[in-house]
Design a protein around this ligand. Structure first.
Ligand code: KIV
Ligand code: ZN
Length: 525
């Protein structure tokens, strides 16, 4: 069996998707989780995009890019400034990589870059050589390869390999190709580009037609040996190829593909949930592998079959991806030991004693309210307790009066950065509006709420509610976002927040505090 290298670009291409902005601590946490997943390469960001992006890539290079850890890559357009910045950011990793790219399709050459094919080839030669003079491990991507003339692509790739590229990555940037075409493109490259057999050929697909995973697998069957993916398939527009789909397809159908990855599949759910908690981007319930319904058997006939023998309707075991089997249900009499064991089964093998104690206290409080605490509740507790920003302002208390015939009124008590407590109240069009207004009166950070979503973690009237929100600052100070490497467009920065509680108004208040604290932490950085 041949190995397929997993190149994860959640922190770069994934983060380019609207609303997926993460702060530096969250990026580091995701990178650590990617290392637990055992991905081969982490594309940690686009260092020239902003000082914050540079800092995040550099931190990941130093903290996660250890000798036995993954390769850490930084993205650069094919110019010296970008390449220098990418190299500065990744050079502290034990295994650094510069990933540089230039578009090769006639549409991009003519309308975006305004250069000729000859100029394109010259720029690739010069910039790949330049990257190689800094770093041994260089990846080159001809952007929009899926719509490029294959004959021209062969010429560009040959020059990139001659200039020192060790990986040539073939992006279907706009998700235009079909599996048959994409497989043939990869086959053609391997057969026609001198030197292609001595480097790693990689595939990078977008999901505009819902074909990203199929195209990636077709590319692997045609001889590519690196797959570029993101957790939950997040990414520009309809997203990138989902890590969990490619990995589980190769694992479940290994006899068909005759390929393997080094991914620790039991860390998949933890990665998926962590990313959702940080970005507020929920996975659709019917999403393959990580969707809430992916292992749920609704129809009675299916349930009967699964109970008799899981093989009847399950092609994968939930435990393989780190999804609790729910065999052991926790309740208010469960002890710390049982709780810790459950966490370990869910993939949380590395939490400190303090973190476990913090989560356990919360679990006990929840178990007092709810008869049965499920794996989903535990995941929500972890997200709410451990995946929160440093608290600049702390919510101590919130009280709401609402109902028919009353103006919704909220009173909040917050502790400020000076350690003093502040109390204020306001009325609103609804209870959430009243809470947010009351908090605004104390914290005083002008912003607009761009998204608000409530989700019940489990079934039942006693379910924990998870609130996810997104805010955008409006006073101009930190509105500036970062440049998209491909379009050059600057995106406005948004801050997501999440909170969980059996009381959805309390969860809403927590979510708002979480987003405001992220915003304030970002500013103070
Ligand atoms: O989709 C794309 O073309 C990219 C490149 C930068 C590799 O993300
Ligand atoms: Zn891409």
């Amino acid at each position: 069996m041949d190995k397929v290298y997993i190149f994860d670009t959640t922190l770069r291409d994934g983060e380019q998707s609207p609303g997926a902005t993460m702060n530096i601590d969250e990026k580091l946490e995701i990178a650590r989780q990617l290392a637990r997943l055992n991905v081969d390469i982490i594309e940690a960001g686009f260092p020239i995009a902003s000082p914050g992006d540079f800092e995040a890539v550099n931190l990941i290079a130093r903290e996660v890019g250890t000798e036995d850890g993954p390769v850490i890559a930084g993205l650069a357009r094919a110019n010296k400034k970008d390449i220098d910045r990418a190299w500065e950011a990744v050079r502290d990793a034990a295994k650094p990589r510069i990933h540089t790219f230039l578009a090769t399709s006639d549409i991009h050459l003519k309308h975006k870059l305004r250069i000729t094919r000859e100029q394109c080839v010259a720029q690739v030669k010069e910039m790949v050589s330049y990257a190689k003079s800094l770093c041994d491990d260089v990846e080159f991507s001809p952007e929009d390869a899926g719509r490029s003339d294959p004959e021209f692509l062969y010429v560009v790739l040959e020059e990139a390999i001659k200039a020192g590229a060790t990986t040539i990555n073939i992006p279907d940037t706009v998700g235009y190709t079909t599996p048959w075409e994409f497989g043939a493109l990869i086959k053609g490259i391997i057969e026609n580009v001198p030197g292609a057999k001595d480097v790693v050929v990689s595939v990078h697909c977008h999901n505009d037609l819902g074909l990203a995973t199929a195209n990636t697998l077709a590319g692997l069957m045609a001889g590519a040996r690196q797959a570029e993916v993101t957790v939950n398939g997040i990414g520009e527009r309809a997203g990138n190829t989902a890590l969990e789909e490619v990995v589980m397809a190769l694992y479940t159908r290994r006899e068909f593909f005759d390929l393997y990855t080094d991914i620790d599949t039991t860390q998949i759910m933890r990665a998926s949930r962590m990313l959702t908690a940080f970005t507020g981007m929920h996975v659709q319930p019917n999403k393959a592998i990580v969707g809430a319904n992916a292992f749920a058997h609704e129809a009675g006939i299916h349930q009967d079959g699964v109970l008799k023998n899981p093989l009847t309707y399950e092609i994968m075991r939930p435990e393989t991806i780190g999804l609790g089997s729910n065999e052991l249900v926790l309740g208010k009499h469960s002890g710390r030991h049982a709780f810790r064991k459950r966490l370990e089964e869910l993939g949380y093998t590395d939490l400190s004693d303090d973190e476990i104690n913090q989560a356990f206290d919360r679990f006990k409080r929840l178990a007092d309210k709810k008869k049965v605490v499920t794996d989903e509740d535990i995941e929500a507790i972890i997200a709410d307790e451990l995946y929160q920003p440093r608290e600049v302002w702390k919510l101590e208390h919130v009280q709401i009066v609402s109902g028919t015939g009353t103006r919704p009124t909220a009173t909040v008590v917050l502790t400020g950065p000076d350690g003093k407590t502040y109390t204020d109240a306001d009325i609103g069009t609804g209870p959430v509006d009243a809470i947010y207004r009351a908090i605004n009166r104390v914290v005083g950070v002008p912003n607009v709420l761009t998204e608000f979503a409530v989700k019940a973690v489990t079934e039942g009237i006693d379910a924990v509610g998870e609130v996810t929100i997104r805010v955008q600052p409006t006073n101009g100070k930190s509105v500036n976002g970062k440049i998209n490497p491909q379009t050059g467009v600057e995106r406005k920065r948004t801050f997501s927040g999440h909170g969980a509680s059996t009381d959805i108004l309390v969860a809403s208040a927590k979510a708002y505090m979480s987003a405001l604290n992220k915003l304030l932490n970002y500013r103070s950085r």
